[in-house]
Design a protein around this ligand. Structure first.
Ligand SMILES: CC(C)(COP(=O)(O)OP(=O)(O)OC[C@H]1O[C@@H](n2cnc3c(N)ncnc32)[C@H](O)[C@@H]1OP(=O)(O)O)[C@@H](O)C(=O)NCCC(=O)NCCS
Length: 203
């Protein structure tokens, strides 16, 4: 039997749930970020520094537990914006610059045009996956895009995440670009390529 969660989807992350949101985000993106930053605890603290809770939709159970977060780029901000200074403060001038560079090359994205809504992350807590939270977050994101008169939504997905790619295809996203990741970065974080997927939004 597939369980379905009764969820409330909210725009923005309530302040008492921001730390939980950073934790879900860190766990979901362990492969991408944690190897660059060092360990989960450190990544969680660093993400919290650059978190913009207003740039997210979140899924909360009726009991008030946060189970999922979808971050998007708006007003020049993403859900987690880390600056060079954050990396230097955390790792010192040399390692800090190197790690900031790797993070920038791999994860820094911009919308292709002003009418495109860039989704920069979606993460559901491990124990709640496969129960509809991701689909509900996407439905709310599509609504947000329609209300804001966006014409498309763009996201990136790594080759090592075929399940997520399948979900995005089911939701109407199409691959518009594929980039191979340079060998040294593949060896560092185990990511071999990234697909960019776009979904058109009805005007
Ligand atoms: C991808 C993710 C956000 C989907 O959220 P979800 O709540 O599990 O998704 P739903 O329950 O609404 O939908 C389930 C669908 O997602 C797919 N899916 C992707 N990753 C999954 C996972 N780790 N566990 C269960 N289902 C997953 C299933 O194949 C299923 O597809 P189907 O209905 O066509 O069979 C969530 O699984 C997650 O946080 N994964 C880890 C982080 C991640 O990969 N983020 C995306 C980076 S691009």
């Amino acid at each position: 039997m597939v369980l379905s969660l009764r969820l409330i989807i909210k725009k923005g992350i309530p302040s008492h749930l921001v730390s939980d949101a950073a934790k879900i985000f860190t766990e979901a993106f362990e492969r991408k970020f944690v190897r660059i930053i060092g360990n989960k605890q450190r990544a969680h603290q660093l993400f919290l520094k650059g978190f913009n809770p207003q740039n997210a939709l979140c899924a909360i159970t009726e009991e008030g537990e946060l189970v999922g977060v979808a971050g998007y780029h708006m007003n020049g901000k993403s859900l987690a914006d880390l600056t060079l200074k954050d990396f230097i403060d955390e790792f010192g001038p040399f390692k800090g610059r190197l790690k900031a560079f790797a993070a920038h090359v791999l994860f820094s994205r911009k919308p292709s045009h002003p009418e495109e809504l860039l989704m920069d992350s979606i993460s559901v807590s491990a124990s709640s996956r496969g129960m509809g939270a991701g689909t509900k977050l996407f439905a709310a994101l599509i609504e947000l895009a329609e209300e804001g008169n966006y014409t498309s939504i763009k996201l990136d997905v790594i080759d090592e995440n075929p399940q997520a790619k399948k979900l995005y295809s089911r939701l109407g996203f199409k691959v518009v670009k594929h980039q191979k990741v340079p060998g040294f970065i593949n060896r560092l974080i185990g990511v071999s390529g990234v697909s960019t997927m776009v979904k058109s939004i009805k005007p």
